[in-house]
Design a protein around this ligand. Structure first.
Ligand SMILES: [Fe+2]
Length: 916
């Protein structure tokens, strides 16, 4: 991680001299700190400039003059010479420190003077012909550490001076020994004074004290090498660094460790707190699941197979460089998420749980945006003090916390009530990945009837015939007019258990849609299934569009149950499992098996940023027993079992490309004559239409990159690090599915392009499409209730009379309570927030690490330019009145795949990685 995770900062390149273009990578400015609006243009301009023209070197005149000849004592042979070179080390300081840290810092400054200092050593890319060992400079200490003790700026630069033979060659690595007590953060290093020009070492990593971590830290230059091309002088270090990152798989991880390893999800429950808080281990033959980052914590007292819990505010272990950068902590989305989870939610619970009431009327919900949420007197000051960035929770004059108006009610207050909007969200909302084309009617279950009983659908032709514009059902199927969102198999196996929970009620739903002549969808039937034998209810029921007041309310309740099913599958399967959780093994394996100097590591690195950190935070607070997800979603304690069931029976890596997924769902058909090799069956399908543009742009960029390093298949097959990465991702990270026959092979550049495109797509666009609309669509609870508390009453039910007497009250009592709703809103608001320093697809904070190869620079520039073109095209589509699923009176534009965004909750923007 360390070498190519790049952050803004200063560069010595700003005061440099011209050198040949062949040295471009080392000499181009490594850091870009630009206003958001100009970043892409400026990035493109600078990179083109770097690729075409001269750039500046940083060889200082005094350093050049320091090259001295050793007196020739033995005749006319060329005398050896020594060169003075200098390393400039850019250190980023913490902005805040506690008393203990201040004392240790002062002590370090004192002891630095007497030799307990920071020592660097240069390692050449060449071997010494006499010793056959890498050429090493003498050790040199960082100078003036104590003198710079009181420098207050974020960035401080130190230097170390070396004397090396003129035959030293190019430095390819620097080792660092930190004899201080305290860790420090190195942003970058640069070595200047050599004939080859300045050599850059992007670091962005914590260097631990020698007392905590024996051995020296190793940083490599920004030159990338396939393993077989590693210069002789760096081979041993390359292997050593990977061994360090893999660790030995033993012991409890310290927060200062940099070890990437695997474990199962045996840390979600807390059996020591009681049986209600025990949860099954996810991962293993019993319940297959992807692996997570190993922390090595001791087992629980009452269950040796469960890891003991570490409760907030103590952070779970993630490798040191995966943790948030301290200086930006409070402005990061996850920093705010922590504040919400650790401070706001407990306060809300304390304030509201004693009087946990329903919403009495819709104006109660609206008042959350207008007046605000009244919490207990006395919490206010403490809360506001702790809460770092209350975007949503503006202080109101009457209440304490005021929520922002979600987009879904901002343009049309009543859109959520309408069927066309309900259907539109299936193709342009936050869960546009469950809709499928109907090929068989009635739909069929894939569950085992031996276990679940008769599984025939209750849907009959007569339920939908009147809404097919005169077509027969078969005709509608043949003409691709029937679509479906089918949650039957995801929920039915869990319904008995869910419905036995206090205050949780669910059906397994299927919704049938008809494609209208204007290209919109219309829901025409909803099938509601309960397990056989559910008391007082028929187990299968079909609800059709309303004909009167009573059926209107029934229809609204049925849609609410569908939305609740949808919210659960969206969160547990499509968002958490299919992006966050499945990516973690690929990231762990990348760090363990591919050197930071590996070109594929460099390609993937921006797409791995902070994913381990946000996933750890989720394990601690969101998906854990009694965590936010369990308390806010209908399946309660069975939430993660639903997630695991989908991993076992549905998830396939080979089907996670956008084209394959669309074809699997029947939403597209292969068509070689079309731009992306397929034709959308539903033309105005905003997620798919925009997604295909981004998919294709990623694929083109990856293809150019991969072909540049792997001109033929043999190179792919013989790349031991690359093969080890993929093999370990599958065999260890996804160990429970390792024998599946659908795993793609990695034997050619095309295989690699396909695998990498999927990974980058999932980390960027797919996650963005599923993540950043959560508050805009879900922040108005009736539009998308995450939890339902009542079934739909039927004639003869005791509740039916109450329902007839006051249907609005019944409807609201079926939705989440005030506490459940406001908790959920607080969390999804934060999950939908972009950080101010978000890095979007097509942007790199450190373009110079990519390559000195002009083809690679050009390809990345083209990728960036393509993102801008896509953004314009999306804007155009959102203004096209023919596209009624994204344009029309009060219709929200579809911007979730528009690449750029301002900070905050914008319902748009595609970050490079899963970081929230
Ligand atoms: Fe997310």
């Amino acid at each position: 991680m360390a070498l190519s995770k790049d952050i803004p900062g200063r560069s010595l390149m700003e005061r440099s001299l011209p050198v040949p273009a062949s040295k471009v990578r080392r000499q181009s400015s490594p850091f870009l700190v630009l206003p958001r609006q100009t970043r892409l243009d400026e990035l493109w301009r600078r990179m083109r400039k770097a690729g075409e023209a001269t750039v500046r070197a940083a060889v200082r005149e005094d350093v050049v003059r320091a090259i001295t000849r050793v007196p020739d004592e033995k005749g006319p042979a060329e005398p050896p010479a020594t060169i003075k070179v200098r390393a400039v080390v850019t250190v980023r300081q913490k902005s805040k420190e506690d008393l203990k840290e201040t004392i240790v810092r002062h002590l370090d400054a004192l002891t630095d003077r007497i030799g307990r200092n920071v020592v660097l050593q240069l390692v050449s890319t060449e071997l010494d012909p006499r010793t056959k060992a890498p050429k090493m400079s003498r050790e040199a200490a960082l100078q003036n550490w104590s003198e710079k003790l009181n420098v207050k700026s974020e960035i401080v630069q130190y230097t170390a001076e070396f004397t090396v033979d003129s035959s030293f060659g190019v430095p390819g690595a620097i080792t660092i020994s930190n004899k201080h007590q305290k860790e420090f953060f190195i942003q970058s290093m640069m070595v200047e004074g050599l004939a080859c020009g300045p050599v850059h070492f992007p670091c962005n990593s914590w260097v631990q004290s020698k007392k905590d971590h024996h051995g020296n830290r190793i940083f490599f230059s920004n030159q990338s090498y396939l393993p077989s091309e590693t210069p002789a002088g760096l081979r041993a270090l390359r292997e050593e660094e990977l061994r360090n990152l893999r660790g030995d798989g033993k012991g409890v991880r310290k927060l200062s460790d940099r070890i990437y390893d695997y474990d199962v999800y045996n840390d979600l429950g807390n059996p020591d707190r009681g049986i209600d808080f025990a949860r099954p281990t996810l991962g293993g033959s019993k319940i297959p699941y992807p692996r997570r980052c190993r922390t090595g914590r001791i087992s629980a007292d009452t269950d040796v197979h469960a890891e003991s819990r570490l409760e907030k505010p103590n952070p779970l272990y993630v490798p040191r460089d995966e943790q948030f950068e301290e200086t930006k902590m409070n402005t990061f989305s996850t920093g705010r998420l922590k504040a919400v989870l650790h401070n706001l939610l407990p306060s809300m619970k304390a304030s509201l749980s004693a009087n946990n009431k329903d919403f009495n009327c819709f104006s109660d919900i609206n008042s959350l945006y207008n007046e605000g949420l009244l919490l207990k007197v006395g919490l206010r000051d403490e809360l506001l003090k702790k809460f770092p960035l209350p975007r949503v929770f503006q202080e109101s004059s009457h209440g304490l916390l005021k929520y922002a108006i979600p987009k879904i009610v901002s343009k049309d207050k009543f859109a959520w009530l309408r069927d066309d909007e309900f259907a539109r969200q299936a193709v342009a909302g936050i869960n546009p990945v469950n809709i499928e084309r109907v090929t068989v009617f009635p739909p069929q279950s894939k569950l085992d009837p031996e276990i679940y009983g008769p599984l025939d659908s209750a849907l009959k032709e007569e339920h939908i015939l009147g809404n097919l514009n005169g077509m027969s059902v078969q005709q509608a199927i043949n003409e691709n007019k029937l679509f479906m969102v089918d949650f039957h198999d995801a929920y039915l196996p869990f319904l008995d258990k869910i419905n036995a929970l206090d205050g949780r009620k669910a059906y397994a739903t299927r919704t049938i849609y008809f494609l209208t002549p204007v290209g919109t969808l219309k829901p025409i039937a909803i099938e509601l299934t309960l397990p056989p034998g559910e008391p007082s209810s028929q187990s299968r029921r079909v609800v059709t569009p309303p004909a009167d007041a009573t059926t209107n309310w029934i229809w609204q309740l049925a849609k609410a149950h569908v939305s609740s099913n949808d919210a659960g599958v969206h969160q547990l399967v499509n968002h958490w499992l299919r992006t966050h959780a499945v990516m973690e093994p690929f990231i762990l394996a990348a760090h363990r098996q591919m050197s930071a100097m590996h070109p594929i590591f460099k390609l993937l690195d921006p797409h791995m940023r902070y994913t381990l950190e946000i996933n750890a935070l989720a394990r601690q607070n969101l998906i854990n027993a009694d965590g936010v997800i369990e308390s806010c979603f209908t399946p309660g304690r069975y939430c993660m079992e639903i997630s695991a069931a989908a991993y076992n029976s549905f998830w396939r890596f080979d089907q996670e490309s956008l084209p394959a997924d669309l074809i699997r769902r029947g939403m597209a058909v292969p068509d070689a004559s079309q731009p992306y090799g397929l034709r959308l069956v539903l033309e105005d399908y905003p997620y798919a239409a925009d997604g295909l543009m981004i998919w294709s742009a990623i694929e083109n960029w990856v293809r150019t990159y991969v072909n540049s390093y792997y001109p033929d298949a043999i190179l792919v097959c013989n790349d031991m690090e690359l093969q080890a990465w993929y093999s370990e991702s599958v065999n260890m990270g996804h160990a429970d599915l390792r024998h599946a026959d659908w795993w793609p092979t990695l034997e050619s550049p095309e295989d690699l392009i396909s695998i990498l495109t999927k990974i980058i797509w999932l980390s960027s666009a797919q996650h963005a499409a599923l993540n950043f609309g959560q508050y805009p669509y879900g922040g108005f609870i009736p539009n998308r209730p995450p939890l339902m508390r009542r079934l739909i009453p039927e004639e003869g039910d005791p509740e039916y009379t109450n329902f007839l007497a006051d249907p609005q009250k019944y409807f609201l009592s079926a939705l989440p309570s005030l506490l459940q709703a406001t908790k959920f809103m607080a969390v999804v608001d934060t999950l939908s927030t972009h950080s101010p320093d978000e890095e979007y697809l097509g942007e790199r904070q450190h373009p110079s690490v990519w390559s000195s190869n002009p083809k690679i620079i050009d390809a990345f520039c083209e990728f960036s330019a393509e993102m801008r073109r896509i953004e314009k095209e999306i804007h155009k589509r959102n203004s096209d009145p023919r596209l009624r699923n994204r344009c029309g009176a009060g219709v929200l534009p579809y911007e979730l795949l528009a690449p750029s965004s301002e900070p905050g909750v914008t319902c748009r923007g595609v970050p490079n990685s899963i970081s929230i």
